[in-house]
Design a protein around this ligand. Structure first.
Ligand code: OSB
Ligand code: MG
Length: 367
């Protein structure tokens, strides 16, 4: 296809409750929404998962906008024709910026698939029409508040609970929830909050029958995770460290991880995500789809990916209501612990334009 124009829009959406992790507390989501229009007038939509500040990843919204405008769009527009399958190769000379690149690739892919009348799910190789939902629970003010929040999710039907942990909010919090729910599938996410010396401490989590410990150490510390994996029985699952197929291959070869959280934005897009999925299937490594507090635009595409056969663990693919009072698309509603995978062409959803305009903070069109 030919790119006619790209619209970059930032929106601001309050979260239904603060989301506290070891790297900070978020009370709202600033999201970069990308719209690509091609020569047929077909529009493709995507959301860039970068946050306002570079606390989870080195990328952040304003930096992504700059990268996209200054380098990525000019490189794509220099090609007379561009297909989604070529985007990663054309953008490869520009180092990093996976989230920014993923948003462009996805918007192009959405338009391309709409023209071909193919859903993203079937294009990626999905085999499921609905996916199991897990939910990520932030660090609470106290155990009672944590218990109430977890109860609301268990009652709503979530099939797996993930507790955010950090030093000082780990063993006791897990023990408290495990006592309340002896059988609920439970896992924890440290977002890099521990050090190599914490092996003995983290091994105290072993008695609680957790599915996994997500990203306990620094994202660059692959060897540290491999050493830690020998000290704790609970499986280690990398999130931040997995930024590409290559990094996944390395982490697996070094036995730093035995489960992988795939976040399309973090690895540069849905096409790279499928490659990591395929590697993991081949290596008998379970994968699950992570989340970045996405709006319906990003959630739709994540569900398509999570419907691939290797996604055998419930992901952070929660219902719209877990995050927002009002979503920018028709809300994703959980039924019996599942979300339905969109099956219309492309990502399968469109934003509610009136609502989108009402929460828009900035908008520019690049022709
Ligand atoms: O580490 O998985 C993470 C949200 C923002 C940034 C990083 C993470 C998360 C979550 C929430 O855990 C996942 C979600 O519900 O979208
Ligand atoms: Mg994580």
């Amino acid at each position: 296809m030919k790119i006619k124009e790209v619209e970059l829009r930032t929106i601001h959406l309050p979260l239904v409750r603060p989301f506290r992790t070891s790297f900070g507390t978020q009370i709202s989501r600033e999201v970069l929404i990308v719209k690509v229009t091609n020569e047929n007038g077909t529009t493709g939509w995507a959301e860039c998962v970068a946050m306002s500040e570079p606390l989870y990843s080195p990328e952040y919204v304003a930096g992504c906008i700059d990268l996209i405008k200054r380098f990525l769009i000019p490189a794509l527009k220099a090609k007379p024709e561009i297909n989604a399958e070529d985007v990663a190769t054309v953008l490869k000379p520009f180092l990093a910026g996976q989230m920014a690149k993923a948003s462009l690739e996805t918007a192009i892919l959405d338009a391309q698939l709409k023209d071909q009348k193919v859903s993203l799910a079937s294009y990626l190789g999905a085999t499921k029409s609905k996916v199991e939902c897990g939910v990520s629970v932030g660090i609470a003010n106290n155990l009672e508040a944590l218990g109430q929040e977890v109860k609301s999710y268990v009652d709503a039907g979530y099939r797996r609970i993930k507790l955010k942990i950090e030093p000082g909010w780990d063993i006791e919090a897990v023990k408290f929830i495990r006592n309340l729910y002896p059988d609920v599938p439970l896992q924890v996410d440290a977002n890099q909050a521990y050090s190599r010396d914490d092996g003995k401490h983290l091994a105290r989590l072993d008695e609680f029958n957790l599915l996994l410990i997500e990203q306990p150490l620094d994202e660059h510390d692959i060897l540290g995770h491999a050493l830690l994996a020998k000290e704790v029985k609970t499986p280690i699952c990398l999130d931040e460290s997995i930024i590409s197929l290559k990094s996944a291959e390395d982490a697996l070869a070094l036995k730093a991880t035995t489960i992988i959280n795939i976040k399309p934005g973090r690895v540069g897009g849905y096409l790279e995500s499928v490659k990591i999925h395929d590697l993991c299937v081949k290596s008998k490594i379970p994968v699950w789809c992570g989340g970045m507090l996405e709006t319906g635009i990003g959630r739709a595409a994540n569900l398509a990916l999570a419907a691939l056969p290797g996604f055998t663990l419930p992901g952070d693919t929660s219902a719209s209501a877990r995050y927002f009072k009002q979503d920018i698309t028709t809300p994703f509603v959980m039924e019996d612990g599942y979300l339905t995978v969109p099956n219309k062409p492309g990502i399968g959803v469109e934003p509610d334009m009136d609502f989108l305009e009402s929460i828009t903070r900035s908008k520019e069109v690049i022709r």
